[in-house]
Design a protein around this ligand. Structure first.
Ligand SMILES: NC(=O)c1ccc[n+]([C@@H]2O[C@H](COP(=O)([O-])OP(=O)(O)OC[C@H]3O[C@@H](n4cnc5c(N)ncnc54)[C@H](OP(=O)(O)O)[C@@H]3O)[C@@H](O)[C@H]2O)c1
Length: 342
């Protein structure tokens, strides 16, 4: 028996992705074999493929930062590991943060990484929550510790993480501003955010006029010099949270130096870098606490991921090309064929 996955064979554009066949095997002790129902295409997948992030996996690799799937087979318990208290069964619908590996019909994961889901939740929506909403939620509530009534700017507000920040920021009672291309402004306005077209407007000048006292929070998903400009619109005591991965090792070192310097300056502003994987690898518990909170919000209809496009799982290359074109607002979902609308 075989299953297919989409492999990044070398550094480059979407054309370097190839479908390969793999032998299906029984799960090892402590593992689960999962049929993938949904994952997403995000900008991190693109950075990893080009090798633009110091955290890019070596090629060949299968991208796909999160999955929702159904357990097909369970390995024997691994001595001493357990399943995090979860009583998992074949047929359960589960979610996991994977970092890579989601662009595949089947994935093997350690049982301790799985979060069991109610069958009532749509796999595509949960997949979009696992990375983008947990990222947004943790930045808002664990890093910035936002307070209702605060004023915040989201740099890169129209994408997957950006729209999650707007929805969750609104729920947290923030006054929101967001930078985005003009064609995506209606989306931002729908979340009560004030859109700024960063192509035609200097957002620093626009915000100094709109908020002369400065902002409480800036969330920067673009990186580069956006961080410096984001700091410029903060009030004394304000906080910047950067989440765009640096473009290489030199940029990483520069970013760390800038962070340290910003936090030493006597202007009362502070900055932090957030990385979901670094946090997850250090301690899984915050993720395991926050994902269920978000799933309850999803079930209650209080959050609704924006699905800009849907593709069959194995058409990940086309979906990546669309993301890179900048034409899509919100998220791109990759789905098992039976979940795609007819
Ligand atoms: N630190 C973490 O834990 C973490 C977790 C998830 C994602 N991320 C990072 O967060 C950032 C956003 O990720 P995402 O998946 O939300 O991205 P996304 O959906 O592609 O959204 C990013 C937005 O950036 C704008 N953009 C700017 N330059 C662009 C370009 N050259 N081509 C296309 N679009 C461009 C687009 O909006 P406009 O057209 O409106 O400009 C797009 O909607 C990425 O840097 C990603 O790596 C970090």
């Amino acid at each position: 028996m075989i299953y297919k996955s989409v492999v990044v064979t070398r550094r480059g554009g979407p054309e370097v992705m190839q479908i390969v066949e793999n032998e299906l095997r029984a799960p090892a002790p402590g593992e689960a074999r999962i049929k993938v129902l949904a994952t997403s295409v995000g900008r991190t997948d693109v950075s990893y493929r080009y090798g633009r992030s110091p955290f890019s996996p070596r090629t060949p690799f299968v991208p796909g930062y999160e999955i929702v799937g159904r357990i097909e087979a369970l390995g024997e318990p691994r001595p001493g590991a357990g399943a995090g208290g979860l009583d998992l069964n074949v047929g359960d619908q589960v979610a996991a943060l994977t970092g890579q590996g989601g662009y595949a019909e089947v994935i093997y994961l350690g049982q301790e990484h799985l979060v069991r889901l109610p069958d009532s939740l749509a796999p595509e929506e949960v997949a979009l929550v696992v990375l983008n909403y947990v990222t947004a939620y943790q930045m808002l509530h664990r890093v910035a510790r936002v307070k209702a009534g605060g004023r915040a700017l989201v740099i890169g507000a129209s994408g997957g993480v950006g729209t999650a920040l707007l929805q969750l920021g609104r729920l947290a009672g923030l006054k929101l501003y967001g930078t985005a291309s003009a064609g995506k402004h209606a989306l931002l306005a729908g979340y009560g955010a004030v859109p700024i077209d960063y192509h035609t407007q200097d957002f620093v000048a626009a915000l100094r006029q709109a908020e002369p006292a400065g902002l409480d929070y800036v969330f920067d998903g673009m990186g580069g010099d956006y961080g410096e400009r984001g700091l410029a619109v903060l009030r004394r005591g304000g906080k910047l949270v950067g989440y765009a991965p640096p473009s290489g090792v030199a940029a990483l070192l520069l970013q760390l130096a800038r962070l340290a310097w910003t936090n030493l300056l006597p202007n009362g502003k502070s900055a932090a870098f957030y990385g979901i994987s670094a946090l997850y690898m250090r301690d899984r518990e915050p993720f395991m606490q926050d994902l269920p909170v978000l799933l309850r919000l999803l079930q209650a209809g209080q959050i609704k991921p924006v699905v800009g496009a849907r593709y069959p799982l194995l058409e990940a290359a086309r979906a990546n090309a669309l993301l890179e074109s900048g034409q899509v607002a919100g998220n791109i979902a990759l789905l098992a064929p039976e979940l795609l609308p007819a």
